[in-house]
Design a protein around this ligand. Sequence first.
Ligand code: HGY
Ligand code: MN
Ligand code: MN
Length: 596
Amino acid sequence: MAPPLTLEQLNAAPHDAACAMLDGLYEHSPWIARQALACRPFRSLAQLKHAMVQVLHAAGREAQLRLIRAHPELAGKAMRSNTLTTESTHEQKTAGLTQCTAQELQTIERLNAEYAARFGFPFILAVRGPRGTGLSKQEILATFERRVHHHPDVELQENLRNIHRVVELRLNDKFGVVPELGNQAWDWQEQLAAFSDPGYAEKGQLTVTYLTDAHRACAAQIRGQMLQCGFDTVQIDAVGNVVGRYHASAPGARTLMTGSHYDSVRNGGKYDGRLGIFVPMAAVRELHRSATRLPFDIEVVGFAEEEGQRYKATFLGSGALIGDFRDEWLAQKDADGITMRQAMEHAGLSVDGIAALRRDPGQYLGFVEVHIEQGPVLAERNLPLGVVTSINGSARYVVEFIGTACHAGTTPMDRRSDAAAGAAEVILAVERRARQDADSVATVGQLLVPGGSVNVVPGRCQFSLDLRAPSDAQRDAMVHDVLAAVQEICDRRQLRFTLEETMRASAAPSDATWQARWTQAVDALGVPLHTMTSGAGHDAMKLHEVMPQAMLFVRGQNAGISHNPLESTTSDDMQLAVEAFQQLLQCTADATATAS
Ligand code: HGY
Ligand code: MN
Ligand code: MN
C-alpha cells in the first residue's frame, strides 16, 4: 500500500509525476486532473477538487457526456466480466454489489436498461455514500428507482455531482484523509434521528415536534453528548433548550453564542437545525481535548422549537432567549387538544422560569449559526460552503374560507359558495404574485377541507400562507397584494374568511464583522468563496434582534432538497464546516485578544 500523498508533494512534483499521483480519479479520463494541475499550488484538497470541477464544467456538455459514458453500469456487464477499474471494483464491492441476490441483480439489470434507454448514459451513484462507508443495497436500489424518473437534464447534473463525490472519496484514499470531525457530526445526527414522534417513527419518518417524548429524548441525548464533549455546564432550560457552556480562559469574559434547533418538520430531514448544534459541539470537543481555552465563553444552544409544527410558536426556543416568549402561546392547543402549558408541565419544565432566560446582549460578542443550505445553489456550484449575507423576511398566516356546504349533485354551478374552489384561486394568485418578483417566494403548504365528503360542495376550507422576500418592504408589498386577492376572491364568490397572522420575521442582514469572519474562515480552508441570501428562516433572525449575527451554509446532497427525508450532506462537507467553525473561533480569539 503506497504511503499517503501530501499536498506538498503534489504541488512540487513535475507535471507528469503529478498527473500520475492523480491517476484514476475520473474514470478513464485523466485529462481533467491534468488540466486542473495548471492551478497549482493548491492550498487544500478542497481547492484541487474545485479546480477539477471547474475544468469539467468548462469542457461543456459533450465532454461531460463522454465522461459519464466512460463509467460502468452498476453491477453491470463490466463487473460481471471483471473489467472494472481498480477503484470501481473497490467501490462496488464496498456497497455489496458483488454479492447481489438473483432478485437484486434482476432489478438492477431492469433499471440499468430502463435508465440507459431513457437517458442514453449510465446511472452513476457514489455508492460509498455520504459517510464514505457504503450505501446499503436497499438505499442504492431506492435511489435508482427514484432517479430513473427524473428529467434528463436533472440526471445529467446528478450524475456529474456523483462523479465528483466519487473523486472526493478517491482523493481521500490517495491522501490518507479521514474526515474524523465530520464523521462524528454525521454519526451524532444519525443517532439523534432514531427519535421520532408516534405515527411517523413506525413509517421510518423523522418528525420531532415540541415537547413530545421523542423531543425530550433528543434533548437528553444532546445533553449527554455535550457533557462527553467536555462542556463545563449543560442544562435544559425552562422552554427545553439544551444549553452547553464552555468557559473562557478567564472569568468575566463575554460569550459567543451559537447553535440551531433540534425540532423538525413532519417527515423532515436529519440535518435541518441539528447540523448547527453538532458542528460547534465537535469544535468544542477539540478545544477540550487540547485543554484550550479562548478569551470568551462559547455557548452552544440546541433550540427546542423553531419550526412551529405542534404549536403556532415559531422560533420559540431562540425567542425565549431574547425575551420574546409570548405568554399567549401557553394556552394554544395542539391537534389533540393539549395546551402548551400542559405539554411543558408534562415535560417537567417550569413556565415561571421562562422570563429569566432572557440574555443580556451586552454579555455577548454575537451569534453564529451553521445550517444546511436547504436549497440547490451550493450543489449546483459544487461548493461545500457558502457565507450568508442576509436571511429573508417572512410572514405566515392560517386562513379559513367559509362558504356553503351543499349537495354536489343538485346545486347548479352558479349557485355555489365553494370554499375549496376559492382557496384554489388563492393558491394560483399567490404563485402568480410571488413570480412577479425575481426573488420572492410564496407557499400554501397546508390545505384542508375539514370533514369533507366526495358529494358535498366544500363549505369550509383551511389553508396556510408562507410569504418571504429578501427585504421587509418587498415582503410587505407581496403580503398586501395577496390579502387584497383573498378579499376580492371571497367577495366575488360570496365567501367569508378568517385570517390569523401566525408569524412575522424581519429580514436579517448579516453583521459585517461576523460575515467577514466566516469569509476569512472559508478562505483559510482554500474553499472557493460563495456568498448568498437565505430563503429559509433560522434562529439567527431572532438573535439578530438583539445582537450581531452571521451564518454559514453547508451544501446539501440530492440537489439540496430539504424538509424532506432525502435531505442529506456528506461527512466531508461537515468536516469543512467544523474546520471553518474552528477558524472562526480562532480569528474571533485573535480579535478579542487584540481588543483587550
Ligand atoms: O421554514 C423555514 O424557513 C425554517 O425551516 N423554519
Ligand atoms: Mn426547517
Ligand atoms: Mn432550520
